[in-house]
Design a binder for this molecule. Structure first.
Ligand code: NAD
Length: 479
């Protein structure tokens, strides 16, 4: 896929002109984009003060308008996201944008608690933090803004976004469209803000800003560590490397289809997507045969090494300080192939396939870098093991303690329970594609910020609140 910079610039200019033409006169037209971090934070702070004065019913009206704007622009934002970042599939990003717009919970997620008795009434309510700094990934540049925007405003906050620089136009246009919808629905301008030129320096300035009350990072280990080291309340939604385990009791045909559907969704960009398959040996051949029927292309022998040379970069590191042995090899993912189509990836090793091929599969040993690294591309290693206990042991190992997501295909309740207990992931999907875990073809709300490291799990508006207790003594208890 080629990245059409002209197309991105054209779409961004068109949308921004459309948005600006309808803005009332405010510093940024109310659309939330500022030159400096100080301006972005000050505008969000002023917007949050106004939001606090509105009723919950009005807040819900603003959220309804945001949902509508995100749905109306789902295709545009999907095209921009793929075109600008060079990653993912437009049709899948449309689904993700609509999912974020329609299944992110609103104010109904906020619950109060009360105790009443001889000494009166005590109430616990979920109040806003104030202004939240939200750092978003390149893999979900509009989806995370829609999801965090709805959830954080539902909780009564304003948000300063720090989008990933490689997908900045997509994120900034999303912010503008949502602000436009809020203003049209009678809400304050600049409830969502960002700087026009996102950068690491701007993110750091935002994180340290005294008027940012809470930080939410969705991304890899570095940004999660950064927000957790900031001395502020932080939510960290980090990397995953989800294993899909298949035992001999599974419906093998369905397992194969579900795994390919899940791992190829948006070209494997989602942090929850199947990143490696661990299968009990007696059903491995059957599983791989069905995977090929459902859109996988099997490579083997020297093609696997050729592919590794393309999609990985090798790093030579000394095994340990003071060690005189040969340097140990380690690998990093070649970012040029993250989120690319399977067809494109295969073409790089001289294999031409039709667009109906959605994923590349290959059998590898358990310690192969395809298994160990979070590839985020539709290349799926398959590891055979002798039995379910070996499968569970390996799945726990390659998940790296991220405690993010695991998938299992089995009809044996004991086996399902054993893996779920051992791996301790935030999301555990049974007999379905991974995306069922965020509400696609599965029950439950959606989120694009899954906070394993800090423990909030699938974040929703209540994750962005602080609990406040209000006590009235010797009155208002009516029994
Ligand atoms: P990334 O970590 O490179 O970037 C994420 C964001 O953090 C960007 O805005 C980036 O500019 C910023 N950032 C990166 N390092 C930073 C630092 N040291 N200090 C401050 N800011 C920093 O990740 P990416 O490539 O954009 O996204 C893919 C990663 O995100 C994968 O590891 C994926 O698993 C993870 N992810 C997790 C979730 C989740 O909900 N847990 C959701 C989506 C993506």
């Amino acid at each position: 896929m080629t990245i059409d910079q002209n197309l991105i610039a054209k779409i961004a200019a068109e949308v921004m002109a459309r948005v600006q033409a309808r803005q009332p006169e405010t510093a940024s037209g109310g659309a939330g984009i500022f030159q400096t971090v100080d301006e972005a934070v000050a505008a969000a702070r002023a917007a949050q003060k106004q939001l606090k004065k509105l009723s919950i019913e009005k807040r819900e009206e603003l959220i309804k308008a945001m949902r509508q704007a995100a749905c109306d622009n789902a295709e545009l934002l999907a095209e921009m996201g793929v075109s600008e970042s060079g990653m993912g599939r437009v049709s899948d990003k449309v689904i993700k944008n609509r999912l974020a717009a329609t299944k992110t919970p609103g104010t109904e997620d906020l619950k109060s608690e009360a105790w009443s008795g001889d000494r009166g009434l005590t109430l616990i309510e979920m109040g806003p933090y104030g202004v939240i700094g939200s750092i978003t990934p390149t893999t979900n540049p509009s989806e995370t803004v829609i999801c965090n925007g709805i959830g954080m405003i539902a909780a009564g906050n304003a948000v300063v976004f720090s989008p990933h620089p490689t997908a900045k136009n997509t994120s900034l246009v999303t912010i503008k469209l949502l602000n436009e919808a809020i203003i049209k629905a009678g809400g304050p301008p600049n409830l969502l803000t960002a700087v026009a030129e996102p950068s690491l320096a701007a993110t750091n300035a935002m994180m340290q800003h005294p008027d940012i009350n809470m930080l939410v990072a969705t991304g890899g280990p570095a940004v999660v560590k950064a927000v957790m080291s900031c001395g502020k309340k932080a939510i960290g939604a980090g990397a995953g490397n989800p294993p899909a385990v298949v035992d001999e009791t599974a419906d093998i045909e369905k397992a194969a289809k579900d795994i390919i559907d899940g791992c190829s969704f948006d070209n494997n960009l989602p942090c929850i997507a199947e990143k490696e398959v661990i299968v009990v040996g007696s059903v491995a051949d059957k599983l791989m045969a069905y995977m090929q029927r459902y859109g996988a292309y099997l490579i083997s022998g020297p093609d696997v090494d050729r592919l590794a040379n393309v999609i990985l970069t090798e790093k030579a590191e000394l095994a340990a300080a003071g060690c005189t042995e040969k340097p140990k090899k380690s690998y990093a993912v070649n970012k040029n192939y993250v989120g690319k189509d399977a067809r494109y990836i295969l073409s790089q090793i001289g294999i031409q396939v039709p667009d109906s091929i959605r994923a590349v599969i290959c059998e590898t040993p358990a310690d192969h870098p395809f298994v160990v690294e979070e590839l985020m591309m539709p290349v799926l290693p398959v590891v055979q093991v002798k039995d379910i206990d070996a499968a569970i042991e390996l799945a726990v190992k390659v998940e790296h303690g991220n405690r993010h997501t695991a998938i299992m295909h089995s009809k044996n309740v004991d086996n399902l329970t054993k893996l779920a207990k051992a791996i301790e992931t935030t999301i555990f999907v049974k007999n379905a594609p991974s995306y069922a875990g965020i509400g696609v073809g599965g029950e439950g709300f959606t989120t694009f910020t899954i906070a394993g490291p800090t423990g909030e799990g699938l974040t929703s508006p209540r994750s962005f609140t602080r609990q406040r207790r209000c006590v009235l003594v010797d009155a208002l208890s009516i029994v």
